[in-house]
Design a protein around this ligand. Sequence first.
Ligand code: ADP
Ligand code: MG
Length: 387
Amino acid sequence: MQDPHAIRDAFTERFGVRPRMIVRAPGRVNLIGEHTDYNEGFVFPIAIDRETFVAARSRPDTIVRTYTSQFGQEDSFDIGQIERSPDHLWANYVRGVVKGIRARDLPITGADLLISSDVPIGSGLSSSASLEVAVGYAMQMLNNINLLGEELALIAQGAENSFVGVQCGIMDQFISVLGQENHALLIDCRDLSYRSLPIPPDVRVVVCTSGVHHNLEKSEYNERRAACHEAVRLLKARMPKVSALRDVSPRDLEANADLLPPTILKRARHVVTENERTLNAAAALERADLVSFGRLMNESHVSMRDDYQISVPEIDLLTELACAVPGCYGSRLTGGGFGGSTVSLVTISAVDRFVTEVGTRYKAETGRDADLLVCRPSEGVSRTTAV
Ligand code: ADP
Ligand code: MG
């Protein structure tokens, strides 16, 4: 947990005045519902207690000055003319969000911003969305702008899509804005409706980073998207109303399996079963049935490993080591795949043992260090009481 008072002092030292406010926005992890977003299906993330803080103060002019403690770098731009930064990639997340607010004709002035985050960068916990959302919220609060949570999320996503140039879905920004303490958020990626469901207090969500990153990720991602698209096109021959795999049930798929080549069939099978699992997982959580929830997580992993084929041996090993620890309900790859992290649901009394055993055995078998982050489901973006 970062200390907001230290962030306040860092701001004061840097900008010569105290900040007017400090806001925070969380990173996230997806519990189940992988590669369903671009098939207009369901995702089920939590916001985690790793967050980006932004200390902020309005300026009387139109300049936005931003300092990030992460890289010890400063950026400065005029809100009247916002271009991509030639110097710092990170600055574009900030510029893109401010540009998105400006594009909606919302009246804003310049600001001094200081960023400080304990969301691990590039580990699949969405440090980028937490940065965008925190910056957007700070600008909103400084300028007394009324934005719905959904609008803020869309501005943040728009910044990442069109200004930074990363084609992410809406999940990360949505959960960073709308997450609720001790709840997971079931999001329907077709119409963006959502529902918060409580997570029992006696479990923790543990993220294990594998330390493996394959640069295959982007090309393989495009291949998977294309396969889903092709599956829809072929299924339309008999099911003309289908516009996305979201509209296909596992039973429909098997009944029409003869329409699809074997690889396309496997890809589609992952997506349609994953949608069903995600809805079943939400129903299980409603009954506080963690055993069923964990089983669905394990089935999700098998589906990603065998049908979607996006896992790697290190990730499979992490899930096996996790499930071997008594008190672990389930474990699966989370995120795009080809490395990255796993997510596991662990009863609170077993968490210490889980962290030690999974970490030690992973190191013994692979020589790699897994980073194990024990997370609680946290609140979405908010203003802190510091300052
Ligand atoms: P992630 O999975 O963590 O979201 P991304 O590659 O999508 O990984 O986003 C990481 C990028 O977001 C960083 O390279 C940096 O440009 C930006 N970023 C995230 N957190 C910060 C921060 N605290 N300060 C500055 N830039 C940040
Ligand atoms: Mg990101």
